[in-house]
Design a protein. Structure first.
Length: 217
């Protein structure tokens, strides 16, 4: 059914919420603010690091320092793999899916951090290097569909034969704009504020990575 499967990273391939929250809170504390709950920070993730930092500082009532983003990235890049792990069953699911379809990654996370996480968790082997796109590359960040459409063209498959797997409304909007299929990972931390009522009958949802196999059988 689907010949290209494109994955979001945070909240879809890997559970990175604690490391993102720890880095965000380290920044907040350094700015004189109190730490925020991990779950609350998780709901701020998805639009890129700059937006995460802006949201966290605004939620804490802190005037953003000029170097807030650079400070956050320096903190986070030292702890990318402290607690971040693939979701249970993800490695096996990728192995099975890779024998039936092309695989790619489309994330709003910076590409260097993305590649370090994929390599450090032994997930990079499932994705060709050119099929991994980050939020600081040549294409606008999601929900702009340009990156997804590039992956579709690169794989030489129709958009209708492409499935974007993500956990947030950002991923859902990206797939809609590109006219691809969408599968929402309800296990991801980006799903907390997903507008369930907007899902269409042909949208896929999963509660575990292994269920992805049902999408291409």
């Amino acid at each position: 059914m689907f010949r290209l499967i494109v994955f979001d990273l945070d909240g879809t391939l890997v559970d990175s919420r604690r490391d993102l929250a720890d880095a965000t809170n380290a920044l907040l504390v350094s700015c004189g603010a109190a730490a925020l709950p991990e779950a609350r920070i998780g709901r701020m993730v998805g639009d890129g690091a700059a937006t995460l930092v802006a949201r966290a500082l605004a939620a804490s009532g802190v005037e953003p320092p000029a170097d807030a983003l650079e400070r956050f990235l320096a903190i986070y890049n030292r702890r990318l793999l402290n607690h971040t792990r693939p979701y249970p069953g993800m490695a096996d699911a990728l192995t099975a899916l890779g024998s039936r379809a092309r695989l790619a990654v489309l994330t709003n996370k910076p590409i260097a951090a993305t590649r370090e996480i994929l390599a450090g968790l032994d997930l990079a082997r499932h994705f060709p290097e050119e099929a991994v796109l980050g939020g600081d590359g040549p294409f606008p960040r999601k929900p702009d569909p340009a990156g997804l459409l590039h992956l579709v063209e690169q794989a030489d498959v129709p958009a209708a034969a492409t499935l974007l797997v993500g956990d947030s409304v950002i991923d859902w909007r990206t797939a809609r704009a590109a006219a691809t299929g969408i599968c929402i990972a309800r296990y991801g931390f980006g799903f907390d504020e997903f507008p369930i009522a907007d899902l269409r009958a042909d949208d896929w949802t999963i509660d575990a990575p292994a269920e992805l196999l049902n999408c291409i059988n």
